[in-house]
Write a protein that binds this ligand. Structure first.
Ligand SMILES: Nc1nc2c(ncn2[C@@H]2O[C@H](COP(=O)(O)OP(=O)(O)O)[C@@H](O)[C@H]2O)c(=O)[nH]1
Ligand SMILES: [Mg+2]
Length: 382
């Protein structure tokens, strides 16, 4: 059932999560927050947080209308907008210019296609396999012209991504625990903010856990997203034990009947080994409360990273058993081909993609919309 919550006017929402100005942080806030391991503390924090988010049955009509619009947007896979966000990437521009420069079907076209795919981060193996298949089919005269080859390329690219088009289902289990992992700066906290907004708009009770305790700014950033979306954030002071924060949050989420708990984690500690130990510990303590938790280990990848993304996934997978991926920053200059490389290498579900910095810029991954966003417009419009 849908619930309408009091919501700040949309224009109060900055395009980027900004930490509060230093002078607006109460000096006593951290002293209070630091005393942290007890459950009482967690529920106190939660009571305070929930007190700020009562259901508002008398919410103004325009609020209901915008909430509804957001629900509709979340429910119907919005294919609109993918091309707008993706077509500016060097990969998409490379593909378009290739077909403009080579209107004729020949081996040169295929050689250049291979180069474009490799340059676009699709990966050497995948690019070569894809082009060799198209070349064979061309020599068998399967394609009447370059347009037919483009159509076949589209089908092949979609076929590469179909197996990883598996949306995350957060219904059923309650609370559904999502542990977010990935290296620093990839967009974990931003993605959590976007997810909080999405799930809340679907009428779910959402809670966030500020498990990136390595930097004070990370906690503030998550709190900002929480406040903006009227979603409670469980946190302790800076340098608190991340596993303890997330453990408390799961206790609180259970007692409050929360639907989805999303935990943030650090992307960097003093040592790489330290980070991996911490993630392992988080997973272990969660299991003390719920043997199946975390239900999703969502690894966030920066789409501009290139082939390095593949080794990042390999590393995190060994430690915490990644169950789904989010690829961010695919808007703008990202090459975008890394999505294909990841799909081929791991076959891990790609749950969402980030197509911008604001709360509604996270899309459920859609293989067809993604490929059509990268390829020349003439095809998918036809
Ligand atoms: N353009 C764009 N920027 C993004 C996207 N996702 C995150 N960012 C930006 O990436 C930067 C790092 O994000 P943050 O969430 O702090 O990363 P974290 O260190 O992994 O938590 C911020 O400036 C975000 O606004 C996206 O999908 N598109
Ligand atoms: Mg962060």
């Amino acid at each position: 059932m849908l619930k309408f919550w009091k919501k700040k006017p949309a224009d109060a929402e900055p395009s980027q999560p900004t930490a509060p100005a230093p002078e607006s942080v109460p000096t006593t806030g951290f002293a209070h927050d630091t005393d942290a391991t007890s459950l009482d503390h967690a529920s106190t924090t939660l009571d305070e947080a929930l007190a700020e988010t009562p259901p508002a049955p008398d919410a103004p009509v325009e609020d209901e209308a915008s909430e509804l619009a957001a629900v509709v947007e979340a429910a119907v896979p919005a294919k609109r907008g993918w091309r707008e966000r993706l077509s500016g990437s060097s990969f998409a521009r490379g593909l378009t210019s290739l077909f403009v420069r080579h209107p004729k079907l020949d081996d040169d076209l295929l050689d250049e296609l291979e180069t474009t795919l490799i340059t676009g981060d699709v990966g050497v193996e995948a690019s070569t396999a894809l082009v060799e298949d198209l070349r064979k089919r061309m020599h068998k005269r399967e394609f009447a012209d370059a347009g037919a080859l483009l159509a076949a390329l589209r089908q092949s690219l979609i076929a590469m991504l179909r197996p990883v088009e598996k949306p995350l289902d957060v219904g059923g289990l309650k609370p559904h625990v999502i542990l977010t992992v990935g290296i620093n700066g990839v967009g974990k906290t931003t993605t959590i903010g976007k997810l909080a907004r999405r799930y809340r708009d679907e009428g779910r009770q959402v809670m966030l856990a500020a498990g990136d305790t390595f930097r004070a700014a990370a906690v503030e950033q998550l709190k900002t997203w929480g406040a903006r979306n009227n979603v409670p954030v469980i946190s302790q002071g800076q340098d608190a034990d991340s596993a303890s924060v997330i453990f408390d949050a799961l206790q609180a989420a259970r007692s409050r009947n929360v639907d989805v708990l999303i935990a943030d984690t650090a992307g960097r500690l003093h040592t790489q080994g330290g980070l991996m130990d911490e993630l392992g510990k988080i997973a272990r303590v969660l299991k003390k409360i719920d043997a199946d938790a975390p239900h999703e280990v969502l690894m966030v990848i920066d789409g501009t990273t290139g082939q390095n993304a593949v080794s990042q996934v390999r590393q995190f997978r060994q430690i915490v058993g990644v169950s789904g991926l989010v690829v961010t920053k695919l808007d703008g200059t990202a090459k975008g081909g890394v999505v294909f490389a990841l799909a081929r290498e791991f076959g891990l579900p790609i749950r969402y993609v980030g197509l911008g910095e604001t709360a509604t810029d996270l899309r459920v991954f859609d293989a067809e919309a993604y490929v059509d966003g990268l390829l020349p417009a003439s095809l998918s419009q036809g």
